[in-house]
Design a protein. Structure first.
Length: 119
């Protein structure tokens, strides 16, 4: 079984920064893509950023130039550095991984961490 534990959310003023972390544990053989998604109240969950095992990244247009995704393959951990935060970034942020475990390939989700930006 694979577990994801997120941390780093919270309340920050507009223009401030937060760093989210998501650590995967369990019977993991390998991890392909890792990513961050977010869901604002009344809206659908949307992609924020993804990173391949080799380090190729892609970002939502709304966060390009402000957010940076990275990963530590040795620690099975993905990070999201969020700078210049805006009120429109308010959402619950979820990490997502595609992992090979004893059960085969599957997608796994974290429990979510709240990010709130005060204007």
């Amino acid at each position: 079984q694979v577990q994801l534990v997120e941390s780093g959310g919270g309340l920050v003023q507009a223009g401030g920064s937060l760093r989210l972390s998501c650590a995967a544990s369990g019977n993991i053989f390998s991890i392909n893509d890792m990513g961050w998604y977010r869901q604002a109240p009344g809206k659908q969950r949307e992609l924020v950023a993804r990173i391949t095992r080799g380090g190729t990244t892609n970002y939502a247009d709304s966060v390009k130039g402000r957010f940076t995704i990275s990963r530590d393959n040795a620690k099975n951990t993905v990070y999201l550095q969020m700078n210049s935060l805006k009120p429109e970034d308010i959402a619950v942020y979820y990490c997502n991984i595609e992992a090979l475990s004893g059960l085969g390939y599957a997608n796994y989700w974290g429990q979510g961490t709240q990010v709130t930006v005060s204007s």
